[in-house]
Ligand binder design. Sequence first.
Ligand code: NAD
Ligand code: IPM
Ligand code: MN
Length: 361
Amino acid sequence: MHAEIVVLPGDGIGPEVTAAAVAVLRAVGERYRHRFTLHEHAIGGAAIDACGEPLPEKTLTACRYADAVLLGAVGGPKWSDPRAKVRPEQGLLALRKALGLYANLRPVRPHPATLGAAPIKPHLLSGVDLLVVRELTGGIYFGDKTRDADSASDVCRYSVGEIERVVRRACELARRRRGHVTSVDKANVLETSRLWRETATRVARDEFPDIVLEHQLVDSMAMHLLSRPRAFDVVVTENMFGDILTDEASMLAGSMGLLPSASLGDERVGLYEPIHGSAPDIAGRGIANPCGAILSVAMLLRHSLGLALEADCVEQAVSAALDAGVLTADLAPARAASTAQVTAAVLEHLTADCHVAELRD
Ligand code: NAD
Ligand code: IPM
Ligand code: MN
């Protein structure tokens, strides 16, 4: 197959983990005879430095015409002055909004080799397999904002339609998993959450009678996620709760550097990025964990290109590298491998072990 893929490295460790992900993508293309045409563009702080805006028109246009977009991370101290007029993060938010990517899929599956790295007791972690579906283009991120000398406001707004479509997507995904959806809100306090709960209940009842839907308040959910993570299958929630809960959930896997994501809408193009940020504290040292970015390539292959077998191969190659103990400093500080060494290990396993796609030929 032929696919046009836009690559947006961004800032901090973004370019480092993106280089690893691109190497894996190219290897998949060569090995399984797909033609992936890659187009690199600027976003975030790098784009502000280059042309004064975090999402240049040229970048957005390229993304609109692509089959998929692969992104590293944006942001960093250089552009973080609270009084700054433009911010790198605005570029990412504008891109998600412009492409209509309302459903952000963030799978969490602790790997046996990294259980020891997690700050949670291993017996709570084995068998954990959850998928957070984070609403991505609404809520407090996109409501009106005001600022004057002694006050500021951010409006949180959701429409019924915005809630329906993401809950529907979560229920559809649950159908292909264990058929269980946990909807997370703060309905004891927030009006948007009461609308969220009412809408989720109706969508599940009318359209997904085969799905079991439960509701959790976000504060206690933050606890349940750590105390009984195996209890969850698909978790659907609004934009900001999903952002926070998934950083928390990354500790089930052992590191922020391990979690991938896919942002999907109703159009063809999808955006794929690790859930972590630009990690200014480790940027430029070649030690960032590239697995979240590489696993985002697997999600890209599966969700945007329909290459499920190749996606399985990439996931298996990452697992094999972790099993072999090739781990970055976030997972194994005492005997750390570099970003390049982990990437090489993944590429090696991809070439040596994965014959799934050949079976199809
Ligand atoms: P962060 O995710 O960048 O880092 C949090 C901690 O996790 C740091 O200690 C970092 O070293 C570690 N970490 C993150 N990714 C890692 C990896 N791949 N390998 C090893 N360790 C890793 O969060 P932050 O420090 O709060 O934010 C830094 C900047 O990133 C901010 O400007 C923020 O806005 C931005 N950010 C961007 C995205 C994105 O582009 N999608 C996501 C989150 C944060
Ligand atoms: C993420 C990030 C972004 C978000 C920021 C950088 C805008 O934290 O992708 O999780 O909050 O969505
Ligand atoms: Mn985040």
